[in-house]
Write a protein that binds this ligand. Structure first.
Ligand SMILES: [Zn+2]
Length: 168
């Protein structure tokens, strides 16, 4: 499962691709909220139910609806970006490695409490075992791989976003 760096890059990509936009301008909130939404599901570490309800498309839908309510219906693009950014977290964790059972994420909550795991190992599992001698080297290598995979996509999304709308 990716680090917060990988998840934040996923949220940035979503924000650049589908967030609220004005021609030629990138509004800070339109990027900050998807980034926060993409990292937010791991808040479940606080109450010890990691990879469960917050790691689901149901929670992503609720996050999008919360933004829609907060903007009183005037921010459908931002609400969509937040829901998709939250979903990117579920997708990345599904595609990543996991070393702590139950493996995978409760992706279809509240319809199902089953755990889903792609066996794709696209992202390395971030170790929380601070006592291990390879804690830092393993995690730094995992984060570096996330950046190498996702930063070019974010850069491309940024470049496309910065083009004048008449070029599209
Ligand atoms: Zn997670």
């Amino acid at each position: 499962m990716p680090s917060p760096v990988g998840h934040a890059l996923g949220g940035l990509i979503v924000g650049l691709a589908v967030g609220d936009r004005e021609p030629g301008a990138v509004r800070p909130w339109a990027l900050a909220l998807p980034v926060i939404a993409a990292v937010a599901p791991d808040i479940d570490f606080l109450w010890g139910r990691h990879n469960m309800e917050t790691h689901s498309l149901g929670a992503a839908l609720l996050a999008g609806l919360a933004v829609l309510a907060w903007t009183r219906g005037r921010g459908p693009g931002l609400a969509l970006a937040v829901a998709l950014a939250w979903s990117s977290h579920v997708l990345f964790d599904w595609l990543g490695s996991d070393t702590t059972p139950p493996l995978g994420v409760m992706a279809l909550w509240p319809l199902s409490s089953d755990f889903y795991f792609a066996n794709a190992f696209l992202f390395d599992a971030i170790s929380r075992r601070t006592y291990r001698p390879d804690f830092w080297s393993h995690n730094l290598w995992a984060v570096a791989k996330e950046v190498v995979m996702l930063a070019p996509v974010a850069g491309a999304a940024w470049a496309l976003r910065r083009r004048p709308s008449s070029d599209r």
